[in-house]
Design a protein around this ligand. Sequence first.
Ligand code: ADP
Ligand code: MG
Length: 314
Amino acid sequence: MKGKKRIVVALGGNALGNTLTEQFNAVKSTAKVIVTLIEAGHEVILTHGNGPQVGMIDGAMSALTREDPQQDNTPLSVCVAMSQAYIGYDLQNALREELLNRDISNIPVAAIVTQVRVDPNDPAFLEPSKPIGRFYDKKRADEISRRFGHIMRDDAGRGYRRVVASPMPQEIVEMESIRAIVNSGCVCICCGGGGIPVILEGNHLRGASAVIDKDHASALLAKQLEADILVILTSVEKAALNFGKENEIWLDNMSVKQVKQYASEGHFAAGSMLPKIEAAADFAASNHNRESIITHLNKAKEALNGNTGTHIKL
Ligand code: ADP
Ligand code: MG
C-alpha cells in the first residue's frame, strides 16, 4: 500500500470483546493495530459494532425496569446511544495512550455521537435479522423467548442470540461535523453500532427500535468521505464459499459482480458475513479506484499490503 490513503476501518466484535473486562483489554491490542496504520501515514476513520454491548445494556435497563416499575423502559435507540459512548470512551482512551506511547502527540482522537436516518417503511422492521447480546443454547433461548418475547435465532452455527430489526442506513445526520473533524486531522470514531437509528418527523428525529449493521453504515460513511479503502476487521482472515463445509474455499479477490452471484447462492450468513460482503461491494461499486477489504483484526497491515484478506473491487 503506497502513499497516504483515507481508510475507513470498521471494527467487529473481536476488536471489543464481550464483557467489560474483555473490552478493556481488547481495545489495547485494537489500538496497536490502528496506530500502526496511522504511523504508516494513513488517515484513519473508525467505526465499530456494538452487538454484545447493546445487548448487555438493553438487558440491564430492562432488568432495572422490572425491579422498579417507576424506572421508564429504555428504548433500544437509547441503548445504542449508551453503547456508542461506552465503546467510544474505551477506544478514545486506548488510542490516545497508544499514540502517546509511540511519541505521536499531534493527532487527537474524538468519538462523535452519531445518528443515522432510517426509512420507517424499511421491510427490515418486519424481519428481525441482527443478532445482539450473548449466545445461548437452544433451551435457554426458548426460555428467554417465552419470558421476554424476544426473537431468538441461530447465529452462523455459533449458538442462539436475540435478533432485532436492522434497517439500512439512509443518511448520517452528523456527516458534516464528522467531515470537519476528519479534515482537521483528528482520528474520528463515529457511526458506532451502525449509528443511533432515527426516523425523520419534520424537524424532529425520533429514535427507532433497531440496530443498524455497522458494516452498512461504514460503507455509507466511506462513500460520503470519499475514502480510498474500506477495511472491515473481523474474526476471520477471509470470506469463504461453502463456509465451514468440507469444500470451503477462502476468497482472495472478488469483483462486485461475483459478490452478487455468490451472495445469491447463499454463501454468506445473514447478520454476520452477508452485511460485510454487501457493504464491501456497495463501497467498491461506487468508484473504480475504491477497494474494500475484509480480514482478521490482526491482519490489517498485511491485508493493506495485499498479502491477505478478501479484496473487493468493481
Ligand atoms: P463482526 O462482529 O466482526 O461483525 P460477525 O460475527 O458479525 O463479526 O461476522 C463474522 C463471522 O461471520 C465469522 O466469524 C464467521 O463465523 C461468519 N461467517 C458466516 N458466513 C461466512 C463466510 N461465508 N465466510 C467467512 N465467515 C463467515
Ligand atoms: Mg457483525
